[in-house]
Design a binder for this molecule. Sequence first.
Ligand SMILES: [Zn+2]
Ligand SMILES: [Zn+2]
Length: 302
Amino acid sequence: MPTPLAAPMEASHGHGHPPPPTPSSSETLMAALLAVPAAQLPSLARALAADARRLRCRLAFLLLSPPHFARALARLRSMPLPAKAALLGRVLLRSLLLLLPALSSSPDDSGASGCRDHHLLHHPPDLDAALLLVAMCDSYSPAAAAASPSPVDWRAVIVDDVVASALSVSGLGATPWAALAPYVDAAAKCRRFADVVSADRAVGGPAKGGNGSGGASYAAVLALPPAAGDGAPCPICRDEMARGRAVCALRPCGHRFHWRCALRWLARRNTCPCCRAELPSDDPRAETRRLWRAVERMARGG
Ligand SMILES: [Zn+2]
Ligand SMILES: [Zn+2]
């Protein structure tokens, strides 16, 4: 019986495709990382190392507990392909957000700490299934898959891979770069992943599930700051925004609208109607493209 898990991994790996046009995703990321103040690098490396440790512990727990492993595997197998793709995209995007904190700090927060309120920084509800999916992608090799018995013993495959990488230099976390490297890797994949999935969608039409509607993320909409109306017309409905009445200001641009007009607009689009500034989106593909444009701006020093 062919494993139903083979397809999403092919999509995420992209082996055998020519590399994306120059500069590569990793080069762009490294250039963007150079914009991070040197004084912040040690704490960034510590945060990433701690995050990686937590995830490794959770994965080790899954590998050591057959019932939990079986449950996570069953959950993963029950997910339709678009849901698996969205889950993987989400995990990869989280790596990008952790690697470049500036991406998820609001521009109106002064101070280096910023407020990290991006919804994708939280773990997905299916964390165990997500960890398993990532581990399967990491340990999957076409040659080994062809040689292995038909129902792949994923637990054995992942254990082998985890042990091998724990014994490698990067697994020991000897230098700050060692903590950054896996996140650079995952963040670079997230770009390629968004390309591959968008190409799929162009062929297969819009995917059901994973809300690819293009609206702004609920979390971002709920976090919009209120502002005071000044009698100017609302750019959406042209009615006056009554003096002193609460209207909302979009982040990042600050353009103001009636709350109800903004909510109706942002349910369908994640751009400001005045200046097309982009708000975060719940769709991992749209969000990857939005954040990647920001990474490229950082890489260019903008
Ligand atoms: Zn209005
Ligand atoms: Zn605007």
